[in-house]
Ligand binder design. Structure first.
Ligand code: FAD
Ligand code: FES
Length: 276
């Protein structure tokens, strides 16, 4: 039933573990029968037999190919079924597909990574990659925002990043909701970009999060002086085939599945409704 040769056919994959991250988000540790090597930013199609499939960006280390992790928010039909999966269940994976973050451009440069909400998933995989090549980067800055502390993904892990000497990091929530343990900022993620201390004319920025967050964050980055061609966005459009055949994921003249999901802002800014 499963083979990796045909891009439409999923690879048989075992669920090794299920980690509850927040009330609506779980991370699935998966072991495909044939290892799947992805580069940070690319996505895979995750299928549950008898239910359907949906695209997700792995949140794990790109250097590990025998297992991979996907962090999934329960929003509808397929994701609700995925959330019911247990250890040892069998699912299917296709991919990886699409473009990756252009980490080779970041050599000797200052890099700002901004994640919001469920956008922490692809950003975590990017940060693992950047930690691996940290010696090649001039400066690494991370800014993360979420609605409230309860919904903050990978909270313990991000907390441990705050102890890294070679990372400039700030975290914020829109509202603290009375969480007495939360010791970071309160306010939108755009309110904690003022002190990044970067050479913005030559620096790179990567943004991943809900469309409304990406829209306002990109606006703030441009106001700060970042160049349009130095801003990279992960565009999560509705997808079907995942391989540039069906046209579901069109952004202007591009297909998000094939030409994206990672786009340079200047390449897509002229198209209407990019933030929908
Ligand atoms: C490249 C890419 C990477 C993604 N990575 C992740 C990830 O790492 N983690 C994660 O939780 N989600 C991710 N998503 C979103 C995820 O694919 C959708 O949440 C999922 O397809 C919803 O399927 P469903 O059947 O549960 O929802 P449906 O029953 O189909 O719809 C429920 C709601 O979700 C919206 N929706 C449906 N499909 C998508 C979609 N493809 N993108 C955005 N909204 C959608 C619908 O408009 C509707 O409001 C990614 C999407 C893309 C395109
Ligand atoms: S999902 Fe089919 S063309 Fe992009």
């Amino acid at each position: 039933m499963y083979t990796s040769k045909n891009p439409y056919r999923p690879v048989k994959t075992i669920v090794l573990d299920v980690i509850t991250e927040t009330p609506t988000i779980k991370t699935f540790v998966l072991q495909p029968e044939t290892p799947i090597s992805f580069e940070t930013g690319q996505f895979i199609e995750f299928s549950v037999p008898g239910c359907g499939e949906a695209p997700f960006t792995p949140s794990s280390r790109p250097s590990v190919s025998d297992t991979l992790e996907v962090t999934i928010m329960r929003v509808g039909k397929v994701t609700t079924r995925i959330h019911e999966l247990k250890k040892n269940d069998i699912v299917g994976l296709r991919g990886p597909f699409g473009s990756r973050y252009p980490v080779e451009l970041f050599k000797d440069k200052e890099v700002l990574v901004i994640g919001g909400g469920c956008g922490f998933a692809p950003v975590r995989s990017l940060m693992y990659k950047l930690f691996e090549i940290r010696g090649d980067l001039k400066k690494l800055v991370f800014r993360g925002g979420c609605r409230n502390p309860k919904e903050f993904l990978y909270r313990d892990e991000l907390e441990s990043w705050t102890n890294k000497n070679d990372l400039n990091i700030r975290l914020t929530v829109d509202k603290s909701d009375g969480d007495t343990v939360w010791k970071h900022d309160v306010g939108l993620v755009t309110t904690i970009l003022g002190d990044v201390g970067m050479d913005v004319k030559n620096g790179f920025a990567v943004v991943c999060g809900p469309p409304i967050m990406m829209k306002f964050t990109t606006g703030t980055l441009l106001d700060m002086g970042f160049r349009e061609d130095n801003i990279f966005l992960s565009m999560e459009k509705n997808m079907s085939c995942g391989i540039g055949k069906c046209g579901h994921c069109r952004i202007g003249t591009y297909y998000a599945c094939k030409d994206g999901p990672v786009f340079r802002y200047d390449a897509i800014k002229k198209f209407p409704n990019i933030w929908d």
